[in-house]
Design a protein around this ligand. Structure first.
Ligand SMILES: Nc1ncnc2c1ncn2[C@@H]1O[C@H](COP(=O)(O)OP(=O)(O)OP(=O)(O)O)[C@@H](O)[C@H]1O
Length: 291
């Protein structure tokens, strides 16, 4: 399991004469790595994620997963959204089984569903209806459904943003732990700097108008990561500075965006951690550094 992802010179316009929404994005993700995308609202994070999922094709360039050009969705490249997307007329077990049924992986289905429910800590909720579960439990069901098909890739579009802080943190740790155990490649879109630092092996900061990759930070911290660790705090400070730089670099800089992110984090003043972009995974990259 696990798949490498190549973002290969992606430029995108929604209409022929419209502006570039994304411009010349280049990035490689190794199999089993986790990459967090952060950036101002409207910089194109979700658009890019939809392209990784094969739900949308770029105007120029392409996405390759394990070397194959992505032209349509694939059952083993799973997307999880802010809303869990469960079917209310099915119980938890039936919701988890759905992914397996869609992909035709019905061998030992009941056993597989049991395993997945145990993995996400919901063994006692199989007969419950989704609407009788908490928001965090519903996201766990969605996670179990995603994991059941043994995905190579999970794409997360702000999946925990509607949850309370405690549940959110537990799920961040659990999803990262499970993905590491199963060598699943993760791509996470988030507005939450601590979430990016908790879950990402790399954090990519995007700029807006058009959407570009501004800088990449490799996060050399052991898992599980703890926001009160001084090293975590240093990385947070650096990432905040990079994010602020990306906002100020925009033609129409919007300080409010930066403030919104800044208010999401605990501020601890420490020197910045730096790692050059061209050391990313030991590969060269054409992304511009933003310092
Ligand atoms: N179907 C569409 N047609 C035209 N423009 C679109 C379409 N979808 C998105 N856009 C525009 O593309 C840009 C990027 O949108 P996208 O949703 O990818 O940004 P985002 O970074 O995910 O934003 P947010 O953080 O607010 O979710 C925005 O300017 C948006 O208005």
């Amino acid at each position: 399991m696990g798949a490498s992802i190549q973002i290969n010179g992606i430029t995108h316009r929604f209409s022929g004469k419209g502006p570039n929404v994304l411009e010349n994005l280049v990035f490689d993700m190794a199999a089993g790595r986790s990459t967090a995308l952060i950036g101002e609202s409207g910089c194109g994070k979700s658009t890019l994620l939809h392209m990784l999922a094969g739900l949308m094709l770029p105007t120029e360039g392409c996405v390759r997963i394990n070397g194959q050009q992505v032209t349509k969705p694939h059952p083993e490249w799973n997307m999880m959204f802010q809303r869990p997307g469960l079917y209310p007329w099915l119980n938890v077990r039936q919701n988890v089984a759905l992914g397996l049924q869609f992909t035709g992986k019905t061998e030992a289905l009941a056993q597989r569903v049991d395993e997945m429910l145990a993995l996400v800590g919901l063994s006692d909720k199989g007969a419950a209806r989704p609407q009788d579960l908490s928001g965090g439990q519903q996201q766990r069901v969605a996670l179990a459904r995603s994991l059941a098909v043994e995905p190579d890739v999970i794409l997360l579009d702000e999946p925990f943003s509607a949850l309370d802080a405690f549940t959110r943190r537990n799920l961040q740790l659990e999803v990262r732990h499970i993905a590491r155990e199963k060598n699943i490649t993760l791509v996470l879109v988030t507005h939450d700097i601590d979430e990016a630092l908790t879950m990402g092996d790399s954090v990519v900061v995007m700029g807006r108008n058009p959407g570009t990759f501004q800088s990449v930070m490799n996060i050399d911290l052991a898992y599980p990561r703890n926001p009160i660790d001084p090293k975590f705090a240093k990385l947070r400070e650096d990432l905040m500075a990079r994010f602020k730089h990306s906002v100020e670099g925009q033609p129409q800089a919007r300080q409010t965006s930066f403030d919104a992110i800044a208010n999401n984090t605990n501020k601890i003043k420490t020197p910045a951690h730096e790692r050059p972009l061209d050391q990313n995974n030991g590969r060269s990259s054409s992304l511009p550094l933003n310092r």
